[in-house]
Design a protein around this ligand. Structure first.
Ligand SMILES: [Zn+2]
Length: 703
């Protein structure tokens, strides 16, 4: 699942220079970015923000920050922590204000014009960020503070170290020629990253499978048929049934449709995205992106892009990542092979004269699940209405941390589907604002993610509380019935909510420290929440039939438990395959002959991926690594899973999965410190020892 956490603040110091465009006649006085936000809790006044406001506000934000940076760099007083490092951290307030809204809208409520604007601006924005990070005078001052950092208090020391490293990793130590080249590389990459994501979205939206005959629907549950009819109606083709390459539409079709030809058709619509050879083809972009990333790593003194990225992660280097991935791969591949063999047996027994293919997996695994565990995913949905799941998550958060949630009726939203809650701490004080936005629409990127409009920090002695948002693409309400989630969606909800908790509980002084969490640690707070989601004790608290209010029967809970290891070979293998593909691209030290399809095939052959399974993301739509912030980082989910499985076992070992004391310790040691602590130290502080992989293997039934 796509999960973007709060981006490090440094990525938000990207600005926009408008010098190439003509005079702008927009009246600045009614631009909401230029006035104080008198909204509840100072959230963005979405109702007043219009497309034409972004450009001038970004321009002005850039101008203001540039002036702030100049005055820090040219200060005639000797460099101190306050007049240099802290001043830098506090700079760019207007810019953060605008860009946080701008980039969030680009994912959650975009339009052609917004995407075009982002693309047009990308080179100038990157250039401006580089103007700060490659500012020699500024770096000299930071280095002076860094060299005498022992005299600072702990938090100031941490901020100074992180800031110094940010600058070094952005090229501050390079000579002028290399700095110039680095700027060019960054600018190109910024544009290519955006194009990659736009291409995937365009191919995704272009694919439609319109069904016109009842025959085409054979095998599908009524709820799936109704959903497809509604989607058709919304798209102006009432009386027909529409399926798309969005997962909430495609997965149920793959699970239930008896029509093998149509399963193949829809799955192709998914896995061919970015690979049609049309104007959205991503193969050439991948070659350019991989090659530019390698060049940048080399400029900065690293052997390859992965080494550059991992240097700052908990894993430290590619060897450690490959070690863990292959350890789990070796345990999972035989399990996946057995699963495939079981399905082939079923096909043969039914007299099907064909070999199991990738588009058959969901269909036969669903059948086997039914046969083995008498469990049909569809019969679970009524117990997982969106509202009940949300209330369950609120309840869990309350049982663990004592926090409560209050719906805010009168607050600006960026789309009618989004709504907001006030989060109150265990003493009743204001903790955060949480936006939620649940269902797919054409203006939203696919997947699910957690993001923020404002990170917790202290400004002029005042605690600035976070504004967090979770954005999903869940099954929509259907006619009279509410949105009924499948188990995967339930887990996703708990997951993203874990990121949100991480945002709520941040307790630092400086902005940069709030956002600074290593990629391979950041999925710990989110994934640990998934362990509660389907735990029998938890299920009894929230899984209630949406019509009758009946608590999910023990018999169904037992079935969920018994089948919890079901299909884990597949899930683990398709995930690891994508993680290894990511690592393979980014450990390349020579890109001259890169052929994307050939490279992908040989990477998969090397690890022995079976032909019945595709990597969870093929190269041409692997947004995480070519358009998001997860390059050489897709492994992070399983790296973090080692940690979260181990953390949850601490709760189980205590005899109380809602253990408040442990939760308080988790909040203090893991969720609050941000960049204040080293990731491994945080884990050890909580668990009392280093992480062990066994809990993960047990949890996935691979041991
Ligand atoms: Zn996540």
């Amino acid at each position: 699942m796509k999960s973007t956490f709060i981006f490090p603040v440094m990525t938000i110091i990207i600005l926009f220079s408008m010098s190439a465009c003509g005079p702008n006649k927009t009246d600045l006085s009614d631009n909401p970015f230029f006035s104080e936000w008198n909204t509840p809790f100072g959230v963005p006044p979405f109702d007043k923000i219009k497309f034409e406001h972004y450009q001038p506000a970004l321009e002005e934000g850039m101008k203001q920050q540039k002036a702030e940076i100049d005055s820090i760099a040219n200060n005639t007083e000797a460099p101190t922590f306050e007049n240099t490092v802290a001043a830098l951290d506090a700079s760019g307030e207007l810019l953060s204000k605008v860009s946080s809204v701008f980039f969030n809208m680009l994912s959650a409520n975009t339009s052609d014009s917004l995407q075009q604007l982002a693309q047009d601006m990308a080179p100038a924005m990157t250039q401006h960020s580089d103007d700060i990070m490659l500012n020699g005078k500024l770096f000299e001052r930071i280095k002076t503070v860094y060299d005498s950092r022992e005299s600072l208090d702990y938090e100031a020391q941490k901020l100074t170290e992180i800031t110094y490293t940010d600058f070094v990793r952005s090229g501050a130590l390079l000579n002028d020629k290399d700095k110039k080249r680095l700027r060019e590389v960054n600018e190109k990459l910024a544009v290519l990253d955006l194009q990659f994501g736009d291409h995937v979205m365009a191919d995704n939206n272009a694919f439609q499978m319109v069904l016109e005959k009842e025959d085409d629907l054979v095998g599908l549950p009524q709820s799936v048929i109704d959903g497809a009819a509604q989607l058709a109606e919304e798209n102006g083709i009432s009386g027909k049934w529409l399926f798309t390459a969005d997962k909430p539409s495609m997965i149920p079709f793959l699970q239930y449709s008896d029509r093998r030809d149509l399963r193949e058709k829809i799955y192709r619509g998914y896995f061919m995205r970015g690979d049609y050879g049309n104007e959205n083809d991503n193969k050439d972009l991948i070659v350019q992106i991989v090659s530019l990333r390698l060049e940048r790593a080399n400029l900065l003194g690293y052997e390859n892009h992965a080494s550059f990225i991992l240097d700052r992660n908990m894993s430290k280097n590619p060897e450690n990542v490959y070690d863990l991935l292959m350890k789990i791969w070796d345990a999972a591949l035989p399990v996946a092979k057995t699963e495939a063999a079981d399905m082939q047996k079923m096909i043969d027994a039914e007299g099907g004269d064909f070999e199991l293919a990738t588009w058959d997996w969901w269909y036969y695994s669903e059948k086997i699940r039914k046969e083995k565990y008498d469990l049909d995913e569809e019969m679970l949905r009524p117990y997982f209405s969106l509202e009940n799941v949300r209330e369950g998550i609120f309840l869990l958060s309350n049982k663990l941390y004592g926090i409560t949630f209050k719906k805010i009726e009168d607050i600006p939203v960026y789309h009618p589907d989004a709504y907001a809650y006030e989060v109150l701490d265990n003493d009743g004080s204001h903790l955060a604002v949480l936006y939620m936005d649940f269902h797919p629409r054409a203006s939203k990127q696919g997947g699910a993610w957690c993001t923020s409009y404002r990170d917790q920090h202290v400004s002029n002695g005042k605690n600035i509380t976070p504004v967090v948002s979770i954005v999903m693409n869940f099954t929509s309400p259907n006619g009279d019935s509410p949105a009924l989630l499948n188990l995967d969606e339930v887990l996703t909800f708990f997951h993203e909510f874990g990121h949100a908790l991480h945002g709520f509980f941040s307790d630092v002084t400086y902005k940069r420290l709030s956002g600074f969490v290593p990629r391979d640690f950041v999925e710990l707070p989110s994934q640990v929440m998934e362990h509660w989601a389907l735990h029998p004790e938890m299920l009894k608290l929230y899984a209630k039939h949406y019509e009758t209010g009946e608590v999910i029967p023990d018999e169904l809970i037992k079935k969920i438990e018994e089948s919890s290891h079901f299909n884990q070979g597949f899930a683990t293998v398709e995930y690891l395959a994508a993680s290894l593909l990511d690592m393979d691209y980014h450990t390349l030290t020579d890109v001259s002959d890169l052929d994307v399809i050939e490279f992908e095939n040989s990477a998969m052959k090397k690890i022995g991926l079976i032909k019945e399974i595709l990597p969870r993301y093929r190269s041409t739509y692997f947004n995480h690594i070519f358009s998001g912030g997860y390059s050489a980082g897709y492994y992070s989910y399983i790296w973090s899973e080692v940690l979260d499985s181990d953390v949850f076992e601490a709760f189980v070992e205590s005899g109380d999965i809602f253990n408040k004391e442990l939760a308080a310790k988790f909040r203090k040691e893991i969720l609050a410190p941000g960049g204040l602590q080293d990731a491994l130290d945080m884990f050890v502080n909580f668990r009392g020892r280093e992480p062990q992989v066994d809990a993960l293997l047990r949890n996935r039934g691979l041991k």
